[in-house]
Structure formats: C-alpha cells, structure tokens
Design a protein around this ligand. Sequence first.
Ligand code: ADP
Ligand code: MG
Length: 248
Amino acid sequence: MGMAVVDPLIELRDVNKYYGELHVLQDINLTVGKGEVVVVIGPSGSGKSTLCRTINRLETIKSGSITLDGQPLPEEGKALAKLRAEVGMVFQSFNLFAHKTVLQNISLAQVKVRGRKKDQADQRSRQLLDRVGLADQADKYPAQLSGGQQQRVAIARALAMEPKALLFDEPTSALDPEMINEVLEVMQQLAREGMTMIVVTHEMGFARSAANRVVFMADGRIVEDRAPDDFFTHPDSERAKDFLSKIL
Ligand code: ADP
Ligand code: MG
C-alpha cells in the first residue's frame, strides 16, 4: 500500500540553520500535507523547537526554502504578522497575557491582526472557549486557572486566528500529570476535525493515536519519518532504538 497523496501545506527543502558554530538544522526536508498530524520526537537539543520556530519564522535560516501553501515565508511587516496568525504556535509555557482576562487574551489579536470588530472577536472567543471546555472562565485572569486550563486558553487563542496549521512545542511538558489529558483531548479533537498540526511531544500515546507520521530527530537531522506503527514497532536507526528504550 502506498502513502496517500498529500496536498502539501508546509514544505521545507534542504533547510540549514546555525547558531554560531552549531549546525542546529542540517539538510531538513519535510512536507506536511493539509490535514496531517506530524509528531516530532527526539532527544533534548536535537533541534525540535528550532524546527518549529523556523516554520513560524521566529528564526531565520541560512539556506534552503520553507513554503506555506506554495508561498515562501514572508520576510517582514504585515505579511509576517499574517504568517504568525496562519501558523499558530502553542508553547510549553502558555505565554498568556497575565494582566488580561481569558476573553481579552483570545480577542486581542483578532482585533489587531485580523481586523475584527471587538464584539465579533468576543463572540468568536466565547465560541472557542466553549469548544475547549472553558465557557465559564471568560472573565478570569490566567493566574486564576490551572495549567491545563491555561494551555486550553492558549489553544483557543491560536484557533481564533483561523490558522492554516498549528505548531505545538511540548504543550503538556509543564503540566501536572492529571492535567495532561484534558489538553491532549483538545488536540485529538482538532486532529479529528482535520487541523494540520506539527506536535513536538513526549506523549507517545498521542503519537500512536493521533499522528499520521512520526518524525524522529537527532543532532539537527531528521533520522526517521514514518507511520507511527512502523516507527514504534520497527525503528530503523540505532538512535531511535536507543531513544525509545529510554522513554517507553
Ligand atoms: P530541542 O527542542 O530538540 O530540545 P532546540 O531546538 O531547543 O532543541 O535546540 C537545539 C540546539 O540549539 C541545542 O544545542 C540548543 O542548546 C541550541 N540553541 C537553541 N536555541 C539557541 C539560541 N537561541 N542560541 C544558541 N543556541 C541555541
Ligand atoms: Mg525544545
């Protein structure tokens, strides 16, 4: 059976990036099709966060190309702000505005970047809060919420921009164990609804159940890019075998 034909949304071709002498991304080639969920795993320091940050153009690259829907990533200005909205990012550390309410956190960029009227933005924010199970928390401040609730607000905030894709960089790593599932369930739901997602995570249950592909990185390279079942049952490389033996 061949791989399903994908309609590419995100394409990285021969991407190289350095931090000083450190060759942090080495000849990265990665295509993410529309509606695909790609889980990225690998040891600490292998370049997973940097990969996410280059796709969102929080980092520039030395060589190669990155395209979104066939278009090169914009360099600056309004187009760059639009890109950041179209490729939403959810971080380990929530990054909510502490002095704004939950509702304001979700509405703000809709008004500033998407140009929506405030009441339209608020209406959409309330719909999204309902979708992530937080309809009753709109007027609270982030510090009044649990970590799991804050992360669901961060996801709602990213969704409010109507992104073409979402990048998740270890979204559950900062959470107490009992809060991990409520966040993964929201992500599972998004995956089922066809959201294109790149997810850096150590949650192998999520990878097995939600991912179309697992990308294993080590030392700035993509070492394996496979269907989850293949990867977990027959990892090819010694690096992946070693990594899996430590985390499973
Ligand atoms: P991962 O997310 O897989 O743990 P990172 O992408 O965060 O890996 O980091 C890859 C490598 O790049 C690491 O060696 C890290 O120390 C280094 N690195 C990350 N960010 C910077 C930076 N801003 N400046 C210099 N080195 C960095
Ligand atoms: Mg990281």
